[in-house]
Design a binder for this molecule. Structure first.
Ligand code: UD1
Ligand code: CA
Length: 444
């Protein structure tokens, strides 16, 4: 089985500088949705590109075959541009770059039906409002598709629509393509004409309107986004996740969440985020592409491309940037920013810190206001803090620098040299006390 995705159209009504199929749905470009689904049922996937082909190509996996349709002369013409992809001895599924939610289960049903022997298998649906769609008309066991623009008045009320998804026998399609003409209302080469030439047509019906909805406007895109969001939340609720306020919770379809995790209001869980069991997430948190273990607490925080192990507590008001690894039972508190650093098991950084490019060991205490000075104006330098070290409050660790195991840094220090294990590091001005000095000044 092959799959050919038509995606050459400009998408004028999106009023965008970007090709339509790159617009994102639930965090992922529409074309990626289709390619992923196609890859589940077909051995090879081809894409027909036109408008913005170069830009779209950059988003495609290498294993996809790309064909170019310079001018959009119709769906049959688009398939014609990928003639080399077609094989007389193989079947081909036709899909669309702007119909992102087609499901692999429906495609598999079509494959099963098609195997029973057909020139073409069509996916149809019953639409509330069929206008704009081609209608599928049955007549004594033969099927015909008539485009909306070419539909005679007495057939307008037919509600069975052509979703545009088909499986063709490769041989049949290759024979029919050269015969298709553009003598219709739109002056286009219609792929539906190939269907109309077929003697042996099979029909599969879907009742899921989301999977056949094509995106032509931003309004439709946002509608799909909302439907998908609701569907995801329902799925999670059914699978043991508590979502306290579905109205203010945004969870990308690709995210995974374990049982007995509670999602508090105003929370965003995005990308390929995976959250374990028994966690408390939110309120007001945003978690993007993170791997989160079990029994983790994240309150009012922003987490991006980080790994958060079991029993960790984050926030309120923490910011984890890319490359952060929080080992088991560590605690990251308010106004702490961490970037490309590993924080060891049981380590605490509870208040007002910046930790960047650092390797922090186990059971370390990072005092309030500790800053790793990782940037010297030219390059980023690493900081090493070994197990059980104690960093006093308001310390600047000027990297590159190493604080040895069990070492103690006095509060307010500016540390520019390594501190050996179990040693005291102190780097600040000595305090002066002048007794009675204030009283004396008043007398003057
Ligand atoms: C098509 C069907 C119609 C069906 C509807 C479902 C035809 C002739 N009609 O109509 O029966 O009900 O889909 O949505 O096929 N494309 C190209 N190159 C082209 C033309 C189109 O790549 O030259 C791509 C477009 O980017 C789009 C898709 O094919 O993704 C569908 O094309 P469009 O012109 O929108 O077809 P419809 O008029 O909607
Ligand atoms: Ca369309």
């Amino acid at each position: 089985m092959k799959a050919l995705i038509l995606a050459a159209g400009k998408g004028t009504r999106m009023k965008s500088r970007m090709p339509k199929v790159l617009h994102k749905l639930s965090g992922k470009p529409m074309i990626e949705w289709v390619i992923e689904t196609a890859g589940k049922v077909a051995q090879r996937v081809g894409v027909v590109l036109g408008f913005g082909a170069k830009q779209v190509k950059e988003h495609l996996p290498r294993w996809v075959d790309v064909f170019i349709q310079e001018r959009q002369l119709g769906t049959a013409h688009a398939v014609m541009c990928a003639r080399k992809f077609l094989d007389p001895d193989d079947d081909v599924i036709i899909l669309y770059g702007d119909v992102p939610l087609i499901s692999d289960s429906t495609l598999k049903r079509m494959v099963e039906e098609h195997k029973k022997g057909a020139d073409v298998t069509i996916l149809v649906a019953d639409a509330e409002n069929p206008s704009g769609y081609g209608r599928v008309i049955e007549n004594e066991g033969r099927y015909k598709i008539i485009e909306d623009a070419d539909l005679p008045e007495d057939l307008r009320s037919i509600r069975t629509i052509n979703t545009g998804f088909y499986i063709f026998s490769g041989r049949f399609l290759l024979e029919m393509l050269p015969k298709i003409k553009n003598d219709n209302a739109k002056g286009e080469y219609y792929l539906t004409d190939a269907v109309n030439f077929a003697e042996n047509v099979r029909i599969v019906k879907t009742t899921d309107l989301l999977e056949i909805t094509g995106v032509n406007t931003r309004k439709t895109l946002v509608w799909l986004e909302e439907q998908l969001r609701k569907r995801k939340i329902e799925e999670l609720l059914e699978n043991g996740v508590t979502i306290l306020d579905p109205n203010t919770t945004y969870i990308h379809y690709s995210a995974e969440i374990g049982v007995d995790t509670v999602i508090h209001p105003m929370t965003f869980i995005e990308g390929k985020t995976k959250i374990g069991d028994g966690c408390e997430i939110g309120p007001m948190s945003r978690i993007v592409d993170c791997e989160v273990g079990n029994n983790v607490k994240i309150v009012r925080s922003e987490c991006f491309r980080s790994v958060i192990e079991d029993n960790v507590s984050v926030g309120p008001f923490a910011r984890l940037r890319e490359g952060t690894v929080l080992k088991k039972s560590s605690k990251i508190g308010n106004f702490v920013e961490i970037k490309r650093s590993t924080i060891g098991e049981g380590t605490k950084a509870q208040h007002l810190s910046y930790i960047g490019d650092a390797h922090v060991g186990k059971d370390v205490n990072i005092g309030a206001g500790t800053i790793t000075c990782n940037y010297d104006g030219k390059k980023k330098n690493p900081t090493f803090i070994e197990d059980r070290a104690f960093i006093g409050s308001n310390t600047s660790l000027v990297a590159p620098v190493r604080i040895g195991e069990g070492a103690l840094i006095g509060a307010g220090s500016v540390i520019t040299q390594n501190v050996p294990p179990h040693s005291l590091g102190l780097g600040r001005a000595r305090q002066i006390v002048k007794e009675g000095w204030v009283l004396k000044r008043k007398e003057e």
